[in-house]
Unconditional design. Structure first.
Length: 231
């Protein structure tokens, strides 16, 4: 019995050390990305593998652009649509989470999320789309790391460059070219609102660009943009 307990204790210690090593690895990456641009993200890499496995193989569209080279209208649209309290919270919008929880409870299924821009960035950089307690806990921890080490401007810059905006289309520059044939710096208010409206379901809207729901969301975001404050 004592031998078994010692074995279990050693196994638990190894597991704890492995978890600590993984968290340290993530923290080191977050720290490095404070002033270095990531070439990709965990989610982007996963999509790249999916596209390459198709017949014929396809490749993701992505091109990094600096914060100053992205239209201010797109920044306003994303904050208005995804995270109105972006500049004020510490990574979590507790009121938004409560609203999403109540709405999902009423519907009996997940129809709304309360994730902030920082939480979405954490998920895209390191994690999968799985909805498990472990993944949500890890997402929360990474969110705290990002908020402690990065400015809001840097968080938004990373977010705009790494999120998926279509079927294999990642980042603001690729999205602007893919949908409008222009650079991200040239996006006007209407174009920015439409791109922001596509974020929750980009692959569907890439194939259904005239969907009534997309048009309605674009108008709503366009109206909210006027009061959005950007870093």
């Amino acid at each position: 019995m004592k031998r078994l307990l010692r074995w279990l204790g050693s196994l638990l210690l190894l597991a704890l050390l492995a978890v600590m090593a993984y968290q340290t690895w993530i923290l080191a990456h977050v720290w490095y990305w404070v002033d270095h641009n990531p070439a990709s993200s965990a989610f982007m890499d996963a999509r790249a593998r999916e596209l390459k496995s198709q017949a014929p193989p396809r490749y993701i569209e992505h091109q990094w652009v600096d914060y100053k080279d992205i239209s201010r209208e797109l920044k306003r649209a994303l904050i208005a649509s995804e995270d109105a309290k972006f500049l004020d919270h510490d990574g979590f919008d507790w009121e938004g989470i409560e609203r999403a929880y109540n709405r999902n409870l009423e519907r009996g299924r997940i129809v709304a999320g309360g994730s902030t821009i920082t939480q979405q960035l954490a998920k895209n950089l390191f994690l999968t789309r799985d909805r498990t307690p472990w993944r949500k806990a890890q997402e929360a921890l990474i969110t705290l790391m990002i908020e402690r080490l990065m400015s809001k401007r840097r968080i938004l810059e990373l977010y705009m460059n790494l999120i998926e905006w279509g079927d294999g289309v990642f980042g603001a520059q690729a999205a602007a070219i893919h949908y409008f044939g222009i650079n991200a710096s040239q996006l006007n208010a209407t174009q920015a609102a439409k791109l922001a409206a596509m974020v929750p379901n980009p692959r569907f809207y890439d194939k259904n660009r005239s969907a009534r729901g997309l048009q309605k969301k674009t108008k709503v975001i366009g109206a909210r943009m006027r009061s959005a404050v950007v870093p």
